[in-house]
Design a protein around this ligand. Sequence first.
Ligand code: GTP
Ligand code: MG
Length: 219
Amino acid sequence: MVVHVNSGAHHTGKTMDSNQQKVEANILLLGAEKVGKSALTVRFITRRFIGEYGNIESIYCHSDRIDGREVCFNIWDSSHPQNALAAGEITEKQLQWADGFILVYSICDRSSFSVVHQQVQHIRRCKKTSGAFPVVIVGNKRDLHHRRTVSSEEGRLLALSADCGFFEISAAEAHHGVIIVFHELLELIREARALRKGTAGIKNIVRSMSAVFGRRRAE
Ligand SMILES: Nc1nc2c(ncn2[C@@H]2O[C@H](COP(=O)(O)OP(=O)(O)OP(=O)(O)O)[C@@H](O)[C@H]2O)c(=O)[nH]1
Ligand SMILES: [Mg+2]
C-alpha cells in the first residue's frame, strides 16, 4: 500500500518548465532495506532526523521555491521487497511514474551497494529510461565511516559508469547534503526534459522538411 501525504501547499497543476512557471518532479527513492530512504525523505521535507521511521511506503508532496521558481516535489519513499529474489527489482508502475531516481545504499552495508548496482542496471536497460534519464546514487550513513565496507571510489566509479550523479552523505548528521541531492536531481530532470523537447523540435523540423521535399520530388 502506498500512502499519499501532503507537505506545504498542494499543487494540482500540470508539469511545466518554462520561465517562472511551476515545476513538478516525481522522484522515486529506491534501495535495500534500512539504508535510510525514509530518513532522507523526512530530512528533506522537515529538516529533521527522527531516528525511527517504520517501513510504510508513502508518496509525499512537498513544495518549495528554488531560484524564484515554484517547485513541487512528489517523493515516493519506497519499501524494499522482503523477497530476496526480488532484490533490485523495480516495478513497471514505478518506472512509469518516476521522472528521476535516488538510489540509496549504506556505506556500511555491502549488500545494499549490490542492490543499487542491480537497480541502476535495470533502469538503464528500461526502454522509457534509456538515454538521458536522471539518476543520483547516494552512499548514506557517512557518519559511520569507521564501519565502512564500501569505499567512496567504488560508489563514484559506479555512478560514472552509469552516467549518474553521486554523493556520500549522512541523513543523521546534516540537512545540507540531503538538500543538495534533491536539488541536483531536479536539475538533471530539467536538463533531460529540455533535451527531450529539443529532440522533439528537431524531429518536427525534419518531418516538415521531408514532407516538403518529398512532395516536390513527386511533382
Ligand atoms: N548512523 C546513521 N543512521 C542512519 C542514517 N540514516 C538512517 N539511519 C538509521 O538507519 C535505520 C533505517 O533508516 P530508514 O530511514 O528507516 O531506512 P529505510 O531505507 O527507509 O528502511 P525501510 O523503509 O525499512 O526499507 C534507522 O534506524 C535510522 O535511524 C545515517 O545517516 N546515519
Ligand atoms: Mg523506509
